[in-house]
Design a protein around this ligand. Structure first.
Ligand code: ADP
Ligand code: MG
Length: 392
């Protein structure tokens, strides 16, 4: 462990009252925008493990606010966590700059998802002054940046079976994760299973208060729309300077390169399908052997990348679907886009695709579908021939 990390862990143990009584920090395992994550040994593991089942039965159906006072005066939070096999935990130190509402949101959604096998459960959470630490079971996993090059189609099948199983469970609760990407899905190749982590941006479907987006209409109704838009997205040589139109607000949280087209087009009726798009981007990375696949600096750049693949015609149709206008004068973007097989071949520098890669590419095209209503759901994806009738 390098010295700066040792210093950092020591500081946390010293400043966060009570933490060193219960945990011994081992290493830093992650650093994100909103948190730092440490691997730690739970020093109370044996004791904790023994009274766990008893505690759990009584607490299972109570919301997070209803905590039970324990005999020793400590309050223990809710959790749904099945028997813990390891004494190691991940301590997620949420930065004090995160709003309390955001932290509460993450903890509440995780409470809703308790019992979902492929969602990393929350063991408990501690607060010391303005600092919050969430305690999660530690999941051994491999770093995607290292493993993605060696992934065979059979490995992709295991990875995505696990990911779509997790998403199906989350979406069944009408929850959008909003930040599906490799670092938020901890995959263990030996167990061929992964768990979803990081519900920091997650939200319930339908939580946008703005008027519904035009895209909620059935595709045949959308076609008869009179063009007369309030909003506009310009990709041209510059942005309109004196644009008096009201700008539309929509949740655009997520990670660059993984955002669905409806997120870029500021759709106010985003659904769980945005997670499916992001899962599609992961599959594209694996098939195309390129990480990150999309590498845009901002939303406009991301639209240009998308337009280079799908072509102007389909991008315009997508924009219209969300009540927007898409214009571009970039000469290299064609009217018609390219097929996925061709793109995967180009990206991966392969001569041609095997039958199993072609099958995976057919799944890919169902995931990276511009129209969220036509895009596969997690349940549909699991019933795709790629899983039910694998060619290997
Ligand atoms: P952030 O909001 O900062 O992105 P995450 O919850 O995504 O925080 O965690 C950041 C990183 O920490 C993950 O990408 C992963 O490498 C590691 N991590 C998080 N939770 C666990 C866990 N339960 N077990 C092992 N590693 C974890
Ligand atoms: Mg994360």
């Amino acid at each position: 462990v390098d010295e700066a990390v040792m210093e950092d862990m020591k500081r946390l143990e010293e400043t966060f009252r009570g933490i060193s009584d219960r945990f011994r920090l081992v290493n830093k395992i992650g650093e994100g925008t909103f948190s730092t994550v440490y691997k730690a040994e739970d020093l109370h593991y044996d004791h904790y493990y023994n009274d766990w089942d008893f505690d759990r039965e009584k607490n299972n159906d109570h919301p997070p606010s209803k905590r039970r006072r324990l005999g020793n005066g400590q309050s223990r939070s809710w959790s749904s966590h099945p028997k813990r096999k390891s004494r190691y935990v991940a301590l997620k130190k949420i930065y004090v700059t995160s709003s309390p509402l955001r932290i509460q949101n993450e903890l509440e959604l995780l409470f809703d998802l308790r019992g979902c096998k492929s969602v990393c459960p929350l063991i408990t959470a501690f607060r010391h002054q303005d600092q919050v630490v969430a305690v999660l079971p530690y999941f051994p996993h491999t770093d995607f940046r290292i493993q993605y090059r060696t992934f065979m189609v059979a490995d992709m099948r295991c990875y995505f079976r696990s990911l779509f199983t997790a998403l199906q469970a989350v979406h069944k609760h009408n929850i959008l994760h909003r930040d599906i990407k490799p670092t938020n899905f901890l995959y263990n190749p030996e167990r061929r299973e992964g768990v979803l982590v990081d519900f920091g941006l997650a939200e319930r479907e339908g939580s946008d208060c703005a008027p519904p987006c035009f895209c909620v209409n059935a595709p045949n109704v959308r076609r008869f729309r009179v063009i007369g838009n309030h909003y506009s997205t310009h990709i041209s040589t510059g942005y309109p300077k004196n644009d008096s139109r009201p700008s539309r607000r929509a949740n655009r949280a997520g990670t660059r390169g993984f955002r669905a087209p409806e997120v870029l087009f500021k759709c106010t009726s985003q659904t769980t399908k945005i997670d499916i798009w992001s899962a599609g981007v992961i599959l594209l990375t694996l098939l195309g052997r390129r990480f990150p696949f999309f590498n845009s600096a901002d939303d406009i750049d991301a639209m240009i990348e998308m337009a280079s693949i799908f072509g102007i015609r389909r991008m315009k149709a997508t924009a219209t679907m969300h009540g927007q206008v898409f214009e571009t004068n970039i000469p290299t973007i064609g009217e018609k886009g390219y097929g996925w097989e061709k793109l995967v071949v180009w990206s991966s520098c392969l001569q041609s695709l095997t039958e199993s890669e072609k099958q995976a590419t057919r799944l890919l095209s169902g995931l990276l579908e511009l129209d969220p209503q036509k895009r596969l759901s997690a349940k549909d994806a699991l019933q795709h021939e790629f899983f039910t009738n694998p060619i290997d």
